[in-house]
Design a protein around this ligand. Structure first.
Ligand SMILES: Cc1ncc(COP(=O)(O)O)c(C=O)c1O
Length: 377
């Protein structure tokens, strides 16, 4: 058997490069979570206060304008986005824009579950479709950062201010990593498990005024389960946006999110988070640049993700990537860096704010080691 090449001397201190759930914030330990609320009703004074505090911190960190509501809902990002789709779609024609697996998931739901015959605008993995040709008399659904291809929209300039339809952004790998022009967003969703390094389970739903108007004036033709219901007697259930959750939340997940948000605040809020992500992506970009066998799946640097960075590997197929990732995991040098199962075989390395740049830098030689190991045979 061929000998493996020598192992690099330095390992990433936190080899957590998964694209979700993502690395916990630096310095996180479970002991640091405030647990006073555990074992108490989420509707007690302390319960509601903590939920409201999480909402307030999110609003502050996202620089969300007063025009937009923000609330905690069940079912992680999927729950939040489905809730938006099922409560608001069907009022006018719909366009779904997809360029990777998660965007495709929303296409499937619009077409096969809601059966609303959407116009589908697609691009292949690594590409972004032409966003300038969309018909904005339609509601438009898109994924701000396609986590499985590493392609994101560069900004919201392509969303017209005078749109008739609503814009629906699945922004789970995007919030806290990019500046978001909230005036262009009617609906956005995310989960704490991504850039904040929080836990899954809960989704966050952001609604602009036109989305609220839709909710209060339109009743979908299909039944809505209780966990999706945002309207009561024709009026928005405002409590959802004040910490009166639809059903019982995990207060442990809430406390964990509060820890992450307080950390975010301590490093300068959104700007601090974005700077960390940019630095990580730049460090990984340098690693790629220096290695002829590595490349970016996202063709255009302008729409290349700075969170879920997807890489091509010369000669890669599924078996090779599986071995590559397993070798690094066994060495505790990198966890969970195989690309998404539906994406072209390659690597995916999370560069969101909770990852330390020194760890990305330390990863370079380990990628060399793994590549040499899998190609040695
Ligand atoms: C773009 C995008 N949408 C949706 C999801 C699903 O998120 P969740 O598992 O938090 O519901 C993910 C998870 O990776 C994602 O990256």
């Amino acid at each position: 058997m061929t000998e493996l090449p020598a192992r690099p001397g330095i390992k990433p201190a936190r080899p957590h490069f998964s694209s979700g759930p993502c690395a916990k914030p630096p310095g996180w330990t479970p002991e640091k979570l405030d647990t006073q609320v555990l074992g108490r009703s989420h509707r007690s004074k302390i319960g509601k206060t903590r939920l409201q505090y999480a909402i307030d911190l999110m609003r502050e960190m996202l620089k969300l304008p007063e025009t937009h509501r923000i609330g905690i809902v069940p079912g992680s990002d999927t729950g939040a986005f489905e809730m938006a789709m099922w409560t608001m779609l069907g009022a006018r024609p719909v366009t779904t824009v997809a360029w990777e697996s998660f965007g495709e998931g929303w296409v499937t739901d619009a077409a096969k579950q809601l059966k609303i015959d959407p116009t589908i605008v697609r691009a292949d993995y690594g590409q972004l479709p032409d966003l300038t040709q969309l018909d904005w008399s339609n509601d438009v659904l898109f994924t701000w950062n396609g986590t499985t291809s590493g392609v994101r929209v560069p900004n919201a300039d392509w969303i017209p201010a005078d749109r008739e339809g609503l814009s629906f952004a699945d922004a789970t790998s995007a919030v806290f990593a990019y500046d978001i022009d909230w005036d262009k967003i009617d609906v956005a969703t995310f989960s704490w498990q991504k850039v904040l390094g929080g836990e899954g389970g809960h989704g966050v739903l952001i609604l602009g005024p036109r989305a609220v108007e839709r909710l209060e004036t339109y009743v979908p033709a299909w039944p809505l389960p209780k966990v999706f219901r945002l309207v009561s007697k024709g009026k928005l259930a405002e409590g959802v946006f004040k910490g009166e959750t639809i059903n019982t939340p995990s207060m442990l997940a809430v406390e964990d999110a509060i820890f992450a948000l307080e950390w975010a605040k301590s490093i300068g809020g959104a700007d601090g988070l974005i700077a960390r992500s940019d630095a990580n992506a730049a460090a990984l970009g340098k690693i790629v640049e220096d290695r002829p066998w590595l490349g970016h799946l996202a063709a255009d640097p302008a729409s290349r993700s700075t969170t879920s960075v997807c890489l091509t590997v010369q000669g890669a197929d599924e078996a090779m990537i599986k071995k590559f990732a397993a070798l690094l995991e066994a060495e505790h040098a990198a966890y969970d860096i195989a690309g998404y199962r539906d994406a072209p075989a390659g690597l995916r390395i999370w560069c969101g704010a909770t990852v330390d740049t020194a760890d990305i830098e330390a990863l370079g030689p380990w990628l060399d080691w793994a590549y040499a190991s899998v190609t040695a045979a």
